[in-house]
Design a protein around this ligand. Structure first.
Ligand code: DX5
Ligand code: ZN
Length: 221
């Protein structure tokens, strides 16, 4: 299934609830929540209290992307705040296997993210136990960057590895995704597309629908 996950990092925070509702009305299935700690990435964004507050805005899937060092410290807290999926960076976990178990034990879907330069081999032994893999298509930390083209090769290599293992795990891509490159991104093997500026800059409903049109078109092919 093709899914759009609007990243609220690019939203107008004075109108956050309404803007989330607009994306949902226009077809978004996930809400992507970028948590940044000023350590793993330079910026500081928001944490549990914001997630807890907006949980009442929608029943859609809360896709929490933790760009924080040593995320094992906060898994239970983010699960409690309303996360349905928790993504941790392989680069931020000394004990990745343990953190994945923690996510599962909290009753939440487990996803591991890889920065552009991190090889797929980081997932060799944990892939089978994941619900989703996030292949970063930019260096994390900021919205509005350009997609790094070699990351799509990484997505297609990952899809091949999954097929060889008989797995049909979701592949999410994040960074520089737009309706204009969505077709190419999907063709590479991704099925969950994060959109920040491409969703929230300008007309949110029209922007979301532009992604839905691509999904419909790809579905017909
Ligand atoms: C980047 C974040 C992204 C970001 C995407 O560090 O993980 O989710 O908000 O923004 P765009 O779609 O504008 O590149
Ligand atoms: Zn993200």
């Amino acid at each position: 299934m093709l899914i759009l996950a609007p990243s609220i990092l690019a939203a107008d925070f004075t109108k956050l609830g309404g803007q989330i509702e607009e994306t949902v009305k226009a077809g978004a299935e996930y809400i992507h929540l970028d948590v940044m700690d000023g350590m793993f990435v330079p910026q500081i964004s928001f944490g549990m209290p914001v997630i807890e507050t907006i949980r009442s805005c929608t029943d859609k899937v809360f896709d929490v992307h933790l760009m924080i060092e040593d995320p094992g410290r906060y898994i239970e807290a983010f699960a409690k705040a309303g996360a349905d999926i928790i993504t941790v960076h392989a680069e931020a976990c000394t004990h990745l296997d343990r953190v994945i178990q923690q996510i599962r034990n909290a009753g939440v879907k487990a996803c591991v993210a890889l920065n552009p330069a991190t090889p797929l081999s980081a997932l060799d032994y944990v892939l089978d136990g994941l619900d989703m893999v996030l292949v970063m298509t930019v260096n994390p930390g900021f919205g509005g960057q350009k997609l790094i083209p070699y990351c799509l090769k990484k997505v297609s290599d990952l899809r091949t590895i999954m097929k060889d293992r008989g797995l049909s795990i979701d592949i999410e891509v994040d960074g520089g995704i737009k309706a204009s490159n969505a077709k190419e991104v999907i063709a590479s093997g991704a099925n969950v597309l994060v959109g920040g500026s491409a969703v929230f800059a300008g007309d949110i409903i029209a922007n979301t629908k532009a992604f839905m049109d691509v999904f419909a078109e790809v579905g017909k092919e």
